[in-house]
Design a binder for this molecule. Sequence first.
Ligand code: GYE
Length: 304
Amino acid sequence: PQQPAGEATPPAAAKKLVVGFSQVGAESAWRTAETKSIRGEAEKRGVDMKFSDAQGKQANQIQALTSFIAQKVDVIVLAPVVETGWEVVLTQAKEAGIPVILVDRGIKVSDESLYTTLIASDFVEEGRMAAEWLAKKTNGKANIVELQGTTGSAPAIDRQKGFMEVLQKFPDMKVIKTQSADFTRAKGKEVMEAFIKSDRANIQAVYAHNDDMALGAIQALEEAGMNPGKDVTLISIDAVKGAFEAMVAGKLNATVECNPLMGPLVFDTINKVRAGEKVPKFIQNKDQLFEQANAAQVIGTREY
Ligand code: GYE
């Protein structure tokens, strides 16, 4: 039967989900893989994603979030550069009724209701895995230099914490130098050069909080005429392609995986949150360790 004029409602065009994503920057291969995974998944699902690159600065992230709130986005995805200083802007998001999903790094806030959930790896556990492996490899005896990630970031704090926790059990394993190299290859090289200059004869192992810094350190060691992977044992975290290539070449000894491919999980979680389903406060990515011995076998299957 014909509808009386004026009463037919046109089919409402399904409203696109609008997500604001504030990313740390592009400091490492890990991070560019994460960005690609989240942006790619948004595209695949027809999500309108507003992407903001903070170039490593928290102030830029706060600005991006303020603007997402003003634009009334449906959901905010935040990869926080550092752990502290989020109360004010997250309270604004909460008051605007916008759920905040943290990805890959955690924060410290007095009120846990300021974010919905954190999707990340357990960085303390990654640090422990690295130390256990190094203890085994060196029979519990090594002078170690440590290249830390970005000061104040969850992965730098927790990867050190887990590593040092295991070292308590090995009195002959010592961190003789430690410094931040900001998760980049260039700074990893620079800091390693300084370590070599001051302590060359004592350096037996390198623990780098990510692969990029280890790759920079390898360059520094080679330029100093040292033999990375042989005279000096190197272990790092992330398991990016470049790390596998360095392992196949015999220059990096091991890497602990930290999975950046979280796009699908992020949007599945967003859908649950929007449907009113309860989600856990911490959704953990599981990691494993890779070493030289199996690197050649595995490299072809790596996605990032
Ligand atoms: O390990 C490192 C990066 O937050 C887990 O940040 C991430 C870390 C990752 O730049 O490479």
